[in-house]
Design a protein around this ligand. Structure first.
Ligand SMILES: [Zn+2]
Length: 368
């Protein structure tokens, strides 16, 4: 992922695919002159007698431009216009009226409360888009397939920063998605550990002078009843009664059966929820074949989680919960990757979220 210092560098890729929402302020210099000339302007544009070299450059650049500025397809316009409107995205008034269609065919509305206009996408993550939703579909398919953002950026011909910006939007849509999950029946639970980045581990070792890097692992409470799951970041300390209650405690139904490794702090929520406890220590399950291992359902999730995160090395640990929400969405949404894309679009258009590009990249870099 691009580092903060990379933001201003004009590589062919960033030139080719500018940030999704370049505002007039971004694009003009101090004297209010455009910083970049239009991609479709050539010094020989007015010339009647263009050379072969000029024609080649022109056709190549125009081809790129067409690819990057694909017009929404009729299906996309139909999709956008089919989005049910509940209220005005600006003032929440339920009194609004159709107000003609834009040049692109997208239905416009006028609020009778505040007088402002909007479209079905106003206030969603697809708002102010320069890029059609069809490109989002491509991005989501890559993300759900455990692709790294770098690979996906190459495939999509988008600037990596755009990928990071879109990821922030995906995270925003998924925030809170596990809030109401309650597991019931037979529940498997175990903590998954993620390492801090190597640099942080080295710093910790240097500080303590020991070979141990304390506080360099992140614990994630993971549990499943075979249908749903929870993946909740506990923190960097070993599980305690308190952190177990805060994570598992509010997501498991009373009277369920818990299959686990006997971690002592689990007794906090086992007692509170009157769970039946079925302990299989790691000494007991070590070396067992998957089909014979009573912990297999949770081990299997840990394996997939590991694989998912290894597609994003160097990810920002402060966003580990966001990553876990994304993995949760991929794991818990029924169907194949196309069904998951469909479910995501439905969720995204139902949520009003606005993230500005500069909010993500103005101060610090993003994830890789
Ligand atoms: Zn309004």
């Amino acid at each position: 992922m691009a580092l903060p210092g990379d933001c201003g560098r004009l590589t062919w890729r960033s030139w080719h695919a500018p940030p999704e929402e370049p505002t007039a302020k971004h694009m003009k210099d101090k004297d209010k002159r455009p910083r970049f000339s239009s991609l479709r302007q050539f010094s020989w544009s007015g010339s009647k007698d263009k050379g072969e070299d000029e024609r080649l450059i022109e056709s190549t650049v125009l081809e790129w431009y067409e690819q990057k500025h694909r017009k929404p397809s009729p299906e996309e316009i139909d999709f956008i216009n089919s989005i049910p409107i509940r209220d005005c995205p600006h003032c929440r008034s339920r009194l609004f009226a159709r107000h003609g269609k834009g040049a692109n065919g997208i239905q416009r509305y006028m609020c009778l409360g505040c007088g402002r206009r909007f479209t079905p996408l106003t206030g969603t993550i697809f708002d102010s888009r320069k890029i059609p939703i069809s490109e989002w579909i491509e991005f989501l398919l890559h993300l759900f397939e455990y692709h790294s953002l770098k690979t996906s950026a190459n495939d999509n011909r988008n600037a990596e920063t755009t990928g990071g910006y879109w990821l922030s939007k995906v995270f925003a849509v998924l925030r809170g998605i596990q809030r109401d999950v309650v597991l019931r029946g037979t529940v498997w639970a175990d903590e998954k550990l993620f390492d801090a980045p190597n640099a942080a581990k080295e710093r910790a070792k240097a500080k303590t002078g020991s070979s141990l890097s304390r506080g360099c692992q992140y614990y994630v409470a993971t549990a499943t009843d075979g249908d749903l799951a929870i993946f909740i970041v506990m923190g960097r300390s070993k599980p305690s009664d308190k952190s177990c209650m805060r994570t598992y405690g509010r997501h498991i139904a009373e009277g369920s059966a818990l299959i686990h490794d006997g971690e002592p702090s689990h007794s906090s929520f086992i007692d509170a929820l009157a769970l039946r406890s079925d302990v299989h220590t790691s000494a007991e399950t070590k070396g067992l074949r998957d089909s014979e291992n009573p912990m297999d359902p949770i081990n299997d999730i840990h394996d997939k989680m590991e694989k998912f995160m290894s597609a994003h090395p160097g990810y920002d640990r402060s966003r580990l919960q966001d990553w876990m929400n994304l993995f949760w969405f991929v794991w818990c949404t029924p169907g194949d990757k196309m069904d998951k894309v469909k479910a995501f679009l439905k969720l995204a258009i139902s949520k009003r979220i606005r993230i500005k590009f500069r909010d993500v990249y103005g101060k610090k870099g993003g994830d890789s």
